[in-house]
Design a protein around this ligand. Structure first.
Ligand code: ADP
Ligand code: 5GP
Length: 208
C-alpha cells in the first residue's frame, strides 16, 4: 500500500539515554526522513551548531513564536523552552517523509493528542540509572549541577514509559539500533484511520 502522506516517529528518553547516537546509526537505513530541528532557549553546548542541532533563540523570541502559534508543541524541560515548529513538519509530511522528533514526554503527549493517528512513539532508556550517570559524565557536555538535574528528571520521565508504543533499552548500541530500524520501518506503514476505508474500497475494485 502506498500512503499519500508521511508518518511521525517520536523518540523520547532521558538526556544521555542515547537517542542521538541511535539515530545516527539508523538514519541511513530507513528511507526518506526529516529530522525535526527544535527551537530552544537553552545555551548552546560545545560541539553544537545553530540550525543543525537546534535553532538557538532567546526567551523573548521563543515567546513571540508561541504567541504567533508557530509551534506544533512546546514545553519547558530542565528550565528551558523547547519547541517544534509546525511549518517544516507539514512540508515533510506532505512529501511522504518519516518525520522524526527527539522530544520529551510532555511533547509526546501533545503529538499523540494532535497527530496520534500517524505517530509511532518510542521510549529509549539507559540500562540503569548508574549507567546513565556514567554516560552523562563521560559525554563531558554538562556541569555537575546540570547532570544532577537531568538525573532527577530521568527518574520522573521513566514513570511515563507506558505512554509509548515501544521501549528500547539501550545497553548494546548495535542491538538497540537494530530494534529501532525495525520500528522506524514499521512506523512508515502505520495506517491512518482516514486511509483505511479508501484502501479497502480501492482493493475491492481491483478484485472485481
Ligand atoms: P541523548 O541524545 O539521549 O542525550 P547521546 O546519544 O548523546 O544521548 O548519548 C549520551 C552518551 O552516551 C554519549 O557520550 C554516547 O556516546 C554514549 N552512549 C550512547 N549509547 C551508548 C551505549 N549503548 N553504550 C555506551 N555508551 C553509549
Ligand atoms: P537536550 O538539552 O539534552 O538537547 O534535550 C533535553 C530534553 O529536551 C530531551 O528530553 C529532548 O528530547 C527534549 N526536547 C528537545 N527538543 C524538544 C522539543 O522540541 N519539544 C519538546 N517537548 N522537548 C524537546
Amino acid at each position: 500500500m502506498n500512503h499519500k502522506s508521511g508518518a511521525i516517529l517520536v523518540l523520547s528518553g532521558p538526556s544521555g539515554a542515547g537517542k542521538s547516537s541511535l539515530l545516527k546509526e539508523v538514519i541511513k537505513d530507513i528511507g526518506a526522513c526529516y529530522f525535526s530541528i527544535s527551537t530552544t532557549t537553552r545555551p548552546i553546548r560545545v560541539g553544537e551548531e545553530d540550525g543543525v542541532h537546534y535553532h538557538f533563540v532567546d526567551e523573548a523570541e521563543f515567546k513571540k513564536d508561541i504567541e504567533q502559534d508557530l509551534f506544533l508543541e512546546y514545553a519547558v524541560v530542565h528550565g528551558n523552552y523547547y519547541g517544534t515548529s509546525i511549518k517544516p513538519v507539514k512540508e515533510a509530511l506532505k512529501e511522504g517523509k518519516l518525520v522524526i522528533f527527539d522530544i520529551d514526554v510532555q511533547g509526546n503527549a501533545t503529538i499523540i493528542n494532535r497527530l496520534g493517528d500517524i505517530t509511532t512513539s518510542v521510549f529509549i532508556s539507559p540500562p540503569t540509572l548508574s549507567e546513565l550517570k556514567k554516560r552523562l559524565e563521560a559525554r563531558q557536555t554538562d556541569s555537575q549541577e546540570v547532570i544532577d538535574r537531568r538525573i532527577d528528571m530521568a527518574k520522573r520521565e521513566m514513570q511515563r514509559v507506558s505512554e509509548y508504543d515501544f521501549l528500547i533499552v539501550n545497553d548494546n548500541l548495535q542491538e538497540a539500533a537494530e530494534v529501532l530500524r525495525v520500528i522506524a520501518k514499521a512506523a512508515r506503514v502505520k495506517i491512518p484511520a482516514n486511509e483505511i476505508n479508501d484502501f479497502v474500497r480501492s482493493w475491492e475494485d481491483i478484485e472485481q
